[in-house]
Design a protein around this ligand. Structure first.
Ligand code: ADQ
Length: 744
């Protein structure tokens, strides 16, 4: 629209100015013409009166004078006539203009003296009239009197106003016509070709490459089309080469690395990029409220930790909620940006939610309903109808956003977590050809627990629109199969581990998630410096140090951990002054009452235990309550003599694996809750029941006193498990399973 205005506005300004100047000249000319006409008429009338007036004035015939002036009573424009005697006194006047008598007329004496006639515009009441006055002379050129005719001039102004009205109407019609014609021309020569080119490029992007040329066009636009064609062609060839190359390399199986996954994805998905959907975005743009500086940070989230290296490796599009306060400033017109910001590897597309939507869908249904429903931690789930409606609405909103990104052929969508149980259904309604996997990052409860959910049927049906559903461990798969079997009409195939509903089959598989084990190589110089700095700042020299890292969440067993440390110091006082526990904790979901309360409870308990044991400069718990970047967390893992993971219930728990991956000297121990998914794989960890505070306290003593040899052995075993089963293998397994399903 702006462009059209830029094009049309100068034309309109020139046309309007020219028309106005022409109008003014036209009116001026018409006015002069009418005035001349009037003067001429007045003079003619006056002159024709002169003869009659001479006889009347010579004979002083008042009766004839009155008859003469009254003969003008009914003329339309000629208002009337006045006869003056030789002294300038009115002898007779037309009744209609009798008020003319009262008007000052200084010009009368002049005319009597100079004997010259005079025509002029005069004010008469509210009007303007034209007066023409003529001296009446006898044969000796003596003045007998004067004759004056008065003309109405209002018709003059009416005529000029009408003329202005016609000029203005013509100008408006001209402006409209120019605007219409210019818009049509602009549309024909500019907008339509650009639109066609854009559509062609969009189809090309989605893989519809049947039409090689967008369209024929000559001139400058033709050159642009030709350039676009060349770029598109090179892109296509490059994709093809990379795909074929990848086919060859994937044959040589081995340990899973970033580049190996990249090859597999290209070989399996071909030119089609992976589309990933999650609630939490991998990069947040946050404005610091105090300094006003915008920072790009990675959130404390297990989903982000796992999926980011995969998309870094294979590219694609990640669609997520743009939740941070400066997010909108960093996206293009399609709400997209390249990430990571310092080294663009894939596209992040942000979906915007209103406060109301975020409250209902995210805080409400997802985190006050489904989260406690799936974690057995005795926190009661809350199901509100309004939250559920908002959850459905937001799932539909994400589905619309996903549909915009899907390629024309063989689209693959990888959905993350419990926020999107209905998403696959909404996508398949429009694109039944899409192959969709859902990975459930949290535990799946038993059928009795799940059955309390009022929306159980819709949730299960939504999930079963997927082609593949993944859980961390087999136990959660079994719970899911039991749940579908018990709560909806379907057939569970225990051979193939799938659920069949109507014609649709959904595979259910365990894919234990992991971390990027390879990035945890040798300790760098800067890491050693950081470790030394932390030791110095926190006075950790000669202290036995334990670490824990998490989001503040009631499922993570932070309260139980602090109670166990309290019990440990009570039971084994020889460790007072020698033991320090560092807790890194990022506040999360703080708008939910239970999370808000938990933050207070932890503050209070840490304070209480520290006060109980504090002695001089020593206190047993160092509580660092904030968000840390992965680079900031790693030195804490490296300096920790052991790590404590005491979740009351956890799908996997990546902190346990991160700790193991970062212990490159194998000198460290892991205390791990038996209620985490990770405890199935990390069997060399010291496994605990976090509810048993006594057992927990003893496990701390056991970790401290474990002989170095045994510690190393256990750690090496766990490192092997994490290195072999890293996040690239996890992704490779899911993608292979998913593409294996595709009947092309
Ligand atoms: P989460 O519940 O988020 O994940 P987890 O798997 O431990 O839990 O991952 C947490 C991630 O956040 C880790 O990468 C950790 O380094 C990071 N983190 C923790 N505290 C932080 C802090 N203070 N500052 C910054 N980063 C911090 C969910 C499920 C898990 C499952 C994962 C992946 O609940 O069971 O393992 O998804 O599937």
């Amino acid at each position: 629209m702006k462009r059209v205005l830029l094009f049309i506005l100068p034309i309109l300004i020139i046309v309007t100015l020219s028309f106005t100047i022409f109008g003014i000249m036209q009116v001026k000319f018409t006015e002069e013409r009418l005035m001349d006409d009037l003067k001429r008429k007045a003079r003619t009338v006056d002159e024709s009166l002169e003869l009659s007036a001479r006889y009347i004035l010579r004979d002083n015939d008042l009766k004839s004078a009155n008859r003469l002036v009254e003969s003008f009573q009914n003329r339309e424009r000629l208002q009337g006539c006045v006869i003056y005697d030789k002294n300038g006194q009115i002898l007779a006047i037309t009744k209609r203009i009798s008020d003319w008598k009262n008007k000052e007329k200084p010009y009368i004496s002049d005319i009597l003296t100079t004997k010259n006639s005079r025509g002029t515009l005069e004010k008469f009441g509210y009007y303007s009239v034209y007066s023409y006055i003529l001296p009446v002379l006898d044969d000796e050129e003596n003045v007998l009197g004067l004759v004056e005719v008065i003309y109405d001039t209002s018709y003059l102004f009416t005529t000029l106003t009408e003329l202005w009205r016609r000029i203005s109407i013509s100008l408006i019609i001209l402006i409209l016509a120019i605007t219409l014609v210019a818009s049509l021309i602009q549309r024909q020569i500019f907008i339509l070709p650009v639109r066609r080119l854009t559509q062609w490029f969009m189809h090309f992007q989605k893989g519809e490459t049947e039409k090689l040329r967008p369209f024929e066009e000559k001139g400058e636009f033709g050159k642009l089309i030709s350039e676009v064609e060349q770029v598109a062609l090179s892109l296509r060839v490059a994709r093809k080469v990379v795909t074929e190359d990848a086919h060859v390399r994937v044959q040589n199986e081995g340990l899973w690395t970033e580049s190996k996954l990249k090859d597999l994805v290209r070989a399996k998905l071909g030119e089609n990029a992976l589309v990933v959907v999650s609630n939490r975005e991998p990069y947040l743009h946050i404005t610091d409220e105090v300094t006003g500086i915008v920072k790009c940070t990675r959130p404390a989230s297990g989903v982000v930790t796992a999926i980011d290296p995969i998309l870094r490796a294979c590219g694609g599009t990640w669609i997520a909620h743009g939740a941070a306060n400066a997010d909108r400033k960093f996206v293009n017109s399609k709400n997209k940006l390249g990430v990571p910001p310092e080294d663009t590897r894939y596209i992040l597309k942000r979906v915007w939610l209103s406060k109301e939507e975020e409250n209902g869908y995210y805080y409400g249904f997802s985190n006050e309903g489904l989260w406690p429903l799936c974690h057995i931690t005795h926190t009661r789930p809350i199901f509100r109808e309004t939250d559920w409606l908002m959850y459905k609405k937001v799932n539909q909103k994400f589905a619309d956003s996903v549909l915009e990104e899907l390629p024309a052929k063989n689209p693959f969508v990888f959905i993350q977590d419990y926020h999107f149980t209905l998403l696959a259904k909404f996508i398949k309604e429009k694109r039944p050809d899409a192959t969709i996997a859902l990975f459930w990052h949290i535990p799946w409860p038993n059928p009795e627990s799940f059955a309390i959910c009022p929306y159980q049927k819709e949730i299960l049906e939504g999930m079963l629109s997927c082609d593949l559903i993944g859980f961390h461990v087999q136990f959660h798969c079994n719970n899911f199969l039991d749940t579908t079997n018990r709560l909806i009409e379907c057939r569970v195939d225990t051979e193939k581990f799938s659920v069949v509903r109507g014609n649709k089959e959904t595979l259910v598989r365990a894919f234990p998630i992991s971390v990027d084990g390879y990035t945890y190589g040798k300790t760098s110089k800067s890491e050693t410096d950081q470790i030394n700095k932390i030791r110095k700042d926190l006075e950790l020299e000669n202290k036995i140090t334990a670490v824990s890292v998490e989001r503040i969440d009631y499922t993570k067993g932070i309260i139980e951990r602090i109670l166990a440390i309290d019990r440990f110091l009570e039971k084994y006082p020889q460790y007072k002054n020698r033991f320090v526990f560092i807790q890194l904790a990022a506040p999360s979901r703080i708008h939910i009452k239970r999370y808000h309360e938990l933050i207070g409870e932890i503050d209070e308990l840490v304070e209480k235990v520290n006060w109980k044991y504090s002695d001089g400069n020593w206190k047993p718990i160092i509580y660092l309550k904030r968000h840390f970047s992965p680079e900031e967390i790693r030195p804490y893992y490296m300096l920790g003599d052991f790590c404590i993971v005491s979740s009351l219930h956890d799908g996997m728990n990546l902190v346990a694996k991160e700790y193991v991956a970062s212990k490159n000297n194998s000198n460290g121990a892991l205390i791990l809750s038996c209620f985490t998914g990770a405890s199935r794989e990390l069997t060399d960890a010291i496994q605990i029941n976090p509810y048993s505070i006594e057992e927990f306290a003893d496990a701390i003593k056991f970790a401290i006193e474990m002989p170095l040899e045994e510690k190393r052995k256990r750690m090496e075993n766990m490192r092997k498990v994490v290195a072999e089963n890293n996040v690239y293998l996890w992704a490779a397994n899911i993608i292979s399973e998913l593409t294996g399903l595709k009947k092309t």
